[in-house]
Write a protein of this length. Structure first.
Length: 93
């Protein structure tokens, strides 16, 4: 979305711990994107903090872009988080 690499990414669950924030100009409107840790049951203290920060960012956001793996069915955890933030404006991708 930014047109450049901004973060190190990995297919390994639990590797994103910090929120990564960047502003993009979309048709003249500044939009702040925040990439967060995945919302799942965390295995260790550091990952738990990442998930806590994800919840904090989601609670403060005006709009949520949920990015889900379309090759897999929704899990109970996915459904839980989608329900938790159902009152927010959002898009599922």
């Amino acid at each position: 979305m930014l047109g450049r690499d901004r973060a190190i990414v990995s297919p390994v669950p639990g590797t994103t711990r910090d929120t990564i924030e960047e502003t993009a100009n979309i048709r003249g409107i500044p939009v702040v994107f925040i990439d967060t840790a995945g919302l799942r049951e965390a295995r260790d203290e550091i990952e738990q903090e990442g998930v806590r920060r994800s919840h904090e960012s989601l609670a403060k956001s005006e709009f949520i872009l949920h990015v889900l793996d379309a090759s897999e069915s929704l899990t109970p955890a996915d459904e839980k988080y989608l329900t938790e933030f159902a009152s927010k404006k959002r898009i599922w991708s």
